[in-house]
Structures are given as C-alpha cells and as structure tokens.
Design a protein around this ligand. Structure first.
Ligand code: MN
Length: 415
C-alpha cells in the first residue's frame, strides 16, 4: 500500500514558516467543554470509561470537569483522578476560592483556572473591572501553586480582549507561578492567518513558558486554527473527541491529531489506530451522533461510490484518499449505486472469484444504476423525522419545566 506524503513533499517552501514545539501534550476537553454541549451529560462511570480510553491511546492531559458544579461532578473528577491513569488528570476552577479548593480536594495534579478577559464579558457577565479580574486571578494561581498543582491559566474570549490587558494579566499570572498559558477563541472568530498574527504577538509580548490554545468551531475553523496554533509553537492544544462542545463545538481531537501526524509528521503521542474506537465510544456515551460526512470518523469518510473515484482507488488509493483508513482503525467501503462504474463491479465479482464478459458487465451495471436511482427514501424520511424530534430540542421539555414551576408554587400570569 502506498503511504501518503507530508505537506512538505508537495510544498517544501512552506516548511520554514512553521515552528512546531519539540513535543506535543494533547489536552482533551471532552469531559468538560464536550459535556457542556446542549443535552450532553456523563455519569461518573461514563467519564471514567472515556478517560481510560483517552489515557490508553496516549492523550497527555484530560480535563475531568469542574468539581464545584455538583456533588456528582466532584465524584466523577475524584474517580478519574484516582483511577491510576497514565494521562495527567486536570480539573477546572473559576477564579473563586471555593472552586479552587474543590479542585485541590479532588486529588488531581493539574488545574485550569479560568476567568473572562474581554470587555463584553467583564461588563455584562462578570461585572468586574480589569483590576478585580487581575487580583482574583493572582490569588487563585497563588493558591493552586501553594497546593502543589500544575497550574494552567485560561481566559475566556482572550482574542476579543484589549491586548494591553491580556499582556498585563498573563504576564502577572505567569510571574505568580502559572505553568501554562491558554489563549481561548471562545466564540470561534479567529481564522488561521489572524490567529497566526495574534499568537506571534502574544508570544512576543507575554513570552509564555508553555502555550496552549482553546478553539471553537462557530465558523468551522476550529481545527484549522488549532493546527495553526501548533505551527506557532502551542504545545498543549485543547481538543474534544468528535469536535463535541458548546454550540458548534471545539477542535476535534481526531482531526487535530491526524492533521499533525499525517500532514506534518508531527508526533502527538496518540495511537491513531484506536481513534475510531474512541470516536464511537464518545458518540455512544454522549448521545451526539457523528455527522455522516464528518472528517475522518464520519460514515462517508472512507467510502467511494462515483465510478471515476472507485476506479482510481482500486488502481492506487492515493488518487482519492489522503490517508489509509487503517491509520485510524477503519476500513474502506465501495458503495454500489447510481454513480457506480465498471471497475467497482469487477472488483466486487472478484470477492467470490467471479468474472463476467463485457456485455454482461454492462447489463449488471445498468441494473445497479437503475436500482440506485429508484431506491425509496421512505425509511430515511422516517428516521430523519425521529432524529429531528430528538435533536431539535435536547434537554428538558417546556412541559417538564412548567410542571416544575407549578410544583414549586410559582404563579404565572399567562397560560
Ligand atoms: Mn470552550
């Protein structure tokens, strides 16, 4: 089987523009940001199962959650922290003393302390001044360091905050002992070129000892921006399995890993052959189906129907596949339908040691195409109706909410 080449093999001139870190420590957020996706919740057992697989396949850091959220969440974090995993286990805290103490009590070795940085977040959400944010951040970082935790500092909405404040805040927390600085594109407004400029400027002004990024997929750019960040030296990029996360989600773990490994030959420490298994586990436990045409792990990602493509694939898979499906534990599929060509039929016949003359082949092909075009979509429509009724409105229903309101004795004005 041919091995696809690196980007360098095609475009060697671009290599000098990349400054990959000496090593990557992938930071998974599936159990935190991923769980914050609408309608998603993991039990402590489910969190542990996902964390175990993340650890087994070589993910560097796993964010197990925010212990202050609930008793069950604290229990989940504790269980992951004490499971003896190879991966480093992290928990998150706002710059609030009880949040930080809950992380200290959970038994993790790593903490991520977060606060917002942009003016819109400070004014309308936190109702804090920059000075107050700075003071709370310093106090939290100092407490975490005193407790002996590896401390990452994150600001929400970093990239929409005034750069002077970002510089002052991050410099101060790093001086106070923060081990890793995380730049967050919380609403996904960066593009690769803009993010490249931003991070270059951030590195010049703040000089982070260890840089990380958190990218969202609101414009479908999370993976591209995350890979750009790694090209700029970010060592511990945040990722979520299947791109799970708030709204349109985060950078997908499998995309960032394969992007780095397969396009650049950068090792991420991850056993890529188990990525599909991981993807399926998270699909099942989160209840969020993987999109059919999702990169790498979608059903269609290694399927071919069109005659020209199938013909090419059968001659040499490099014609229409940038990587071997086996690289992530998958198999290639040749689909029979309206667009099928002769080569696919010949190949299918071979499975049972059969051959056919040209006229018979032509006849068979004609029947396959006719059948492909005539396929009923009734079953699909029924499935879609059900799928939409489930996913258009996840979480509790309005009826459930109003029943609770009534039970709580709250009087409402309109029916
Ligand atoms: Mn996020």
């Amino acid at each position: 089987m041919p091995e696809p080449g690196l980007v360098e093999d095609y475009h060697p001139a671009t290599a000098s523009q990349r400054h990959f870190p000496a090593s990557i420590e992938l930071w998974d957020e599936t159990l935190r940001d991923g769980e914050q996706a609408p309608g998603v919740h993991f039990s402590p057992e489910e969190k542990l199962r996902i964390a175990e697989l993340l650890s087994d396949i070589g993910v560097g850091v796993v964010n197990a959650g925010i212990p202050v959220v609930s008793r069950e969440e604290a229990e989940a974090v504790r269980r992951v922290a004490h499971a003896g995993l190879k991966t480093k286990v992290l928990a998150a805290a706002r710059t609030v003393p009880r949040d930080v103490e809950a992380v200290v009590d959970s038994g993790v070795t790593h903490i991520a302390i977060f606060v917002a940085a942009s003016e819109v977040h400070l004014r309308y959400k936190l109702k804090m001044t920059q000075e107050e944010v700075l003071a709370a951040s310093l106090a939290s970082v100092r407490r975490a360091k005193e407790a002996g935790l590896h401390t990452a500092f994150v600001t929400e909405d970093t990239v929409r905050a005034p750069f002077d404040f970002v510089e002052r805040l991050y410099t101060a927390v790093q001086d106070a002992g923060a081990d890793r600085l995380v730049v967050a594109d919380t609403v996904g407004i960066m593009t690769p070129l803009t993010f490249r400029w931003y991070l270059t400027e951030f590195v010049r002004r703040v000089r982070p000892k260890d840089l990380s990024v958190h990218c969202h997929n609101d414009f479908g750019l999370a993976t591209a921006n995350t890979i750009t960040a790694v090209e700029c030296g970010a060592r511990a990029p945040h990722v979520c399995v299947n791109g799970l996360g708030e709204r349109a989600g985060n950078a997908a773990l499998e995309e960032v890993v394969l992007g780095l490994e397969s396009l650049y030959g950068v090792r991420t420490g991850v056993d890529t052959r188990r990525l599909f298994e991981l993807s399926r586990l998270v699909e099942e436990l989160s209840g969020v189906p993987i999109g059919v045409n999702k990169a790498l792990v979608g059903y269609n990602a290694f399927s071919h129907e069109a005659g020209i493509h199938t013909h090419g694939i059968l001659a040499n898979t490099l014609t229409y596949e940038p990587l071997q499906p086996g690289a992530i534990g998958r198999e290639r599929q040749l689909i029979l339908g309206k667009h099928t060509g002769r080569a696919a039929v010949v190949e299918k016949l071979k499975e049972r040691g059969a051959t056919a003359s040209d006229p018979i082949l032509a006849q068979l092909l004609e029947r396959i195409k006719l059948e492909g075009e005539a396929r009923s979509k009734d079953e699909l429509r029924r499935f879609l109706d059900e799928y939409r009724s489930i996913f258009e409105r996840p979480g509790l229903s309005d009826a459930e909410f109003w029943a609770m309101v009534e039970a709580a004795g709250i009087r409402t004005v309109t029916a």
